[in-house]
Design a protein around this ligand. Sequence first.
Ligand SMILES: Cc1cc2nc3c(=O)[nH]c(=O)nc-3n(C[C@H](O)[C@H](O)[C@H](O)COP(=O)(O)O)c2cc1C
Length: 191
Amino acid sequence: MSAPDRHVLGVVGSLRRGSYNHLLLRHAASAAPERLRIEVVPDLIDLPLFNEDLETDGLPESVVAMHERIRAADGIVLATPEYNFGVPGPVKNFLDWASRPPGRSPLRGKPIALMGASTGRTGGTVQCQGQLRVSLAVLGAHVLPSPPVLVAEAPGKFDADGNVTDEMTRKVTGIALTAFLGLIDTLTPTP
Ligand SMILES: Cc1cc2nc3c(=O)[nH]c(=O)nc-3n(C[C@H](O)[C@H](O)[C@H](O)COP(=O)(O)O)c2cc1C
C-alpha cells in the first residue's frame, strides 16, 4: 500500500440532499488510486453571490478560504449536474469567485477532472461539461481531456444506499481517476 501523495478537492455542483453527483463523487473518492486523496469540500454553499463590491469592501472569509484550499490542492474533481442544458448557478458562482483576481486565479494551471450525473435519458451533463471546458480553458486550468464521466439515467445506476451499481460508470470513473493522477504528475512533477 502506498500512502496518498496527491490531494485534490472534491466539489459537488448540487446543493440537494441525496444528490446523485454527491454520490458519484463519494464513489470516486473511494475508488481513487491509492496515491490520490479526494477531500469533498462544501465550497459552493458557503459562497455569497459574486459581487465586485465585495472585492472592494474586503473579500468574504469563505472566498479567502476557498482560494487557499484551491492553491494548496494538487487538483479539483468537480461533479456537477446540468441545469437547462447549462452550468448550474452555484457552480458558475464558484468559478466566478475562483477566477479572481484577474490574471492570478488559483485555478490557473490547476488540473481539473469533470464528472456529472443527471436523471435525463441522454447526455449525462455533456452540455454542462462542454461549457465548463470553455470557461476553465479561459482561466488557464487543465481539464482532463478524456474519458468523459457522463452518467445519464442516474436513478437506475445507484442502489438504495447510494452506491454506484452500474458497471460502466464504475469502469469509466476508475479509468478517469487514473488518467487524472497521470495528468497531475505530468503537470506538477514531485521533486
Ligand atoms: C432546474 C433544473 C434543470 C434541469 N435541467 C436538466 C438538463 O438540462 N439536463 C439534464 O439531463 N437534467 C436536467 N435536470 C435534471 C437533473 O439531472 C436532476 O435533477 C439531477 O438529479 C440533478 O443532480 P443531483 O442529483 O446531483 O442534484 C434539471 C433539474 C433541475 C432542477
